[in-house]
Design a protein around this ligand. Structure first.
Ligand SMILES: C[S@@+](CC[C@H](N)C(=O)[O-])C[C@H]1O[C@@H](n2cnc3c(N)ncnc32)[C@H](O)[C@@H]1O
Length: 355
């Protein structure tokens, strides 16, 4: 690797066919890392100005898109050219911008636009990444107030804001989770930290058998009844408001799910929660954990270069590898642990274990 770092070796490689293309690919990849933050800002601006929606209705010139945006036509052209270079739009010979495949895909992913918009908070924090890395105060911690305990999450406007974001982005997580673990024969599934019931709704629509039990903070579950009623699931549902940090968990379910919950919290909170889950399950009962995970000894982009940093910026969060979660499950008394893996690590990764 020392050799690769030498300037002489690099200029030798750039002159030799074969090595030249490897050197060019490395150069492009490095430049993408340098430019990554700018790419994110282009994406954020395109979403904020709803440009993809507008060109989905028909091709548009930069001047047309500039109307009502607060941007001049020239500056809108620069933004759209950037978006075209990132594969979100195409620019035709007629200088009109059209939706590209990646842009269309973005519009089709439920909750993705809201997810991108809320990154404004993270980007502000990452203006000083060393402060985030050193454990300084962050705006993102305020977005997820429960990280400092249940009592911090009582303001309805704040809980509604994060609950809506979570519910909107739940579709793919539920799809991936329910494809990987079969809970069709469960008697009752309790979803802890289940927000306003989006995961249980997906589960209830897929499997007609299990009763559905939602457990989350009082300010959060107050919005759940409407979700279940709209899906005609109300008769199968029980809702228990409470804090898994402070209250006992109901001991009624034979399957307990924790979807995007553990990575919000430090090890001591997670271990206490897993112990409570273990105590609440009957012998042979199952816990299912679904959330994005890091790569452990083999770091991966989604887990290690995104979720680990995001969770750190929440201040109490911690993205973990499957091996680390398995270790915590074992400490909590679980056995027969299965890693169900993932095909979309940026969506979720699924583990299950038996009591
Ligand atoms: C990241 S969200 C995930 C929501 C949902 N499971 C999903 O995947 O869409 C974490 C959830 O855990 C809940 N939560 C946080 N602390 C909690 C506590 N002490 N007791 C119960 N629920 C809690 C939050 O209210 C929130 O709904």
């Amino acid at each position: 690797m020392r050799l690769v770092a030498s300037r002489r070796f690099q200029s030798f490689c750039s002159a030799v066919p074969g090595l030249r293309s490897i050197a060019r690919r490395d150069g492009e990849a490095l430049f993408d890392l340098v430019a990554g933050f700018v790419h994110s800002q282009i994406l954020w601006s395109v979403v904020e100005l709803r440009l993809l929606h507008r060109i989905a209705e028909g091709p548009q010139t930069a001047a047309g898109l500039a109307v009502g945006s607060g941007l001049t036509a020239d500056r809108m052209a620069i933004l759209c050219n950037g978006a075209a270079s990132l594969g979100l739009m195409t620019r035709g010979r007629d200088d009109r911008f059209r939706l590209a495949r990646r842009g269309a895909a973005l519009l089709g992913v439920p909750g993705l636009e809201a997810m991108i918009s809320h990154h404004a908070v993270l980007y502000r924090d990452l203006q000083d990444p060393l402060s985030v890395l050193r454990g300084g105060e962050t705006g993102l911690a305020g977005f997820w107030p429960y990280v400092f305990g249940a009592g911090a999450a009582e303001d309805p406007a704040t809980t509604q804001r994060y609950s809506r974001l979570m519910a909107d982005s739940q579709t793919l997580v539920a799809e991936e989770t329910l494809r990987r673990v079969d809970v069709s024969r469960a008697r009752e599934v309790m979803d802890i930290g289940g927000g306003t019931g989006a995961f249980l709704t997906a589960l209830g629509q897929r499997h007609v058998g299990p009763r559905l039990h939602l457990f989350d903070l009082p300010a959060v579950v107050s919005g759940a009844r409407d979700t279940f009623a709209a899906a005609d699931l109300a008769p199968r549902v029980q809702i228990t408001p409470g804090s898994f940090r402070d209250d006992p968990l109901p001991a009624t379910a034979d399957v307990i799910t924790l979807v995007r919950v553990l990575y919000d919290h430090q090890d001591d909170t997670v271990l206490a929660l897993l112990r409570s889950v273990h105590a609440a399950l009957p012998a042979g009962g199952r816990v299912v954990i679904s959330e994005p995970m890091t790569g452990g000894a083999r770091p991966n982009r989604a887990g290690d270069a995104y979720f680990a940093i995001y969770c750190m910026a929440m201040r109490t969060g911690c993205a973990r590898s499957p091996a680390r979660i398995i270790d915590l499950l074992q400490q909590a008394g679980f056995a027969a642990i299965t890693d169900h893996g993932t095909t979309r690590p940026f969506v979720t990764h699924v583990l299950s274990a038996l009591k």
